[in-house]
Design a binder for this molecule. Structure first.
Ligand SMILES: [Zn+2]
Ligand SMILES: [Zn+2]
Length: 135
């Protein structure tokens, strides 16, 4: 599926082909910290399809518990998280942050949730929390 995305301030714009079956939620503590939220939602691009249309992301190199390094791209102006990928020069695939995609509501629901051992206890089921259409 073809997707387009941008950061909040519009400095960074990008496009890619994603595998819609790879939408997933990550409850790891790194994603909590890096998003400032309870969990992150990602989708994987098809190899070689990610293309920047404008702007230059700033890259934060994160070292995982396993020792793997991931390059996290974000907007240097507004801070929007954009993607994570291999730090190699020609990365095969990008994990796009679903919230930045223009088609985020058209993607299917996540197929799985990972790192549930570090999920915030309430985040595994928000169906009972009061629902209000606006703030
Ligand atoms: Zn921005
Ligand atoms: Zn995570």
């Amino acid at each position: 599926m073809k997707v387009t995305g941008q950061c909040h301030c519009g400095n960074i714009r990008y496009e890619a082909e994603v595998d819609a079956a790879t939408v997933r939620v990550c409850h790891c503590s790194d994603c909590q910290r890096l998003t400032g939220s309870a969990f992150r939602t990602n989708v994987a691009t098809l190899p070689g399809t990610f293309r920047l249309l404008s702007g230059t992301p700033k890259v934060y190199l994160k070292t995982a518990e396993s020792g793997n390094k991931r390059a996290h791209g974000f907007c240097p102006d507004c801070g929007t998280p954009l993607y994570a990928t291999s730090p190699d020069p020609n990365p095969a695939s990008y994990g796009l942050r679903v919230g930045g995609l223009d088609q985020r509501a058209e993607l299917p629901p996540p197929a799985r949730q990972i790192w549930c051992r570090s999920a915030l206890p309430w985040a595994m089921d928000i169906t009972r929390i009061a629902r209000i259409e606006t703030q």
